[in-house]
Design a protein. Structure first.
Length: 172
């Protein structure tokens, strides 16, 4: 079963990274990926804090708690799983960016993006579809840039969404 999943993960990865050859697509993919680097989360948090309404403050509380859970889980899982990044394996395309760390499972960008998307969808339902599309694009960008397999992105999305739900429940 694990071999089948790994084979599927590799096959989907190889198919998606073929898009690296579309040169005008890469700047957009890099921009999407950078939108998940974390600085926008801080700006968004500051804007919500400045708004000061109860919904915004609840979002911030749940978000801070969720990130306090997500970060150690993310780092612990990376250290435990130790899955090499796709570009490490011979025959795979090279990475188009330099990743922040050595291992790929789970995707930290996907975890953070889905954490934020889940929080935003709960506290600001009108944004739900938009933020989940954005989070999905961040995950896809990480694959297209050659630093994650699809399974890494799925694991990151599950981790981030789960931590967001826990943050909401614990602050609710």
């Amino acid at each position: 079963m694990l071999n089948t999943l790994t084979g599927l993960d590799n096959a989907i990865y190889r198919r998606l990274v073929r898009l690296q050859h579309i040169s005008h697509l890469i700047p957009l993919v890099r921009l999407i990926s950078r939108s998940g680097d974390g600085y926008l989360y801080g700006i968004f948090g500051a804007l919500l804090f400045a708004a000061g309404d109860s919904e915004s403050l609840q979002f911030l509380q749940a978000g801070l708690l969720a990130f306090l859970m997500e970060l150690p889980c993310f780092m612990g899982l990376k250290a435990f799983i130790k899955r090499d990044r796709p570009f490490v394996h011979r025959g795979n395309p090279t990475s188009l960016i330099t990743p922040a760390d050595k291992f790929s499972m789970p995707s930290g960008h996907s975890a953070a993006a889905f954490l934020m998307a889940t929080l935003a969808a709960v506290y600001f339902p009108a944004l739900g579809v938009s933020v989940y599309c954005w989070a999905t694009l961040i995950g896809l960008s990480r694959i297209l840039l050659g630093v994650h397999y699809p399974g890494d992105v799925i694991a990151g999305a599950a981790l981030g969404s789960s931590c967001a739900v826990m943050g909401i429940v614990l602050t609710g």
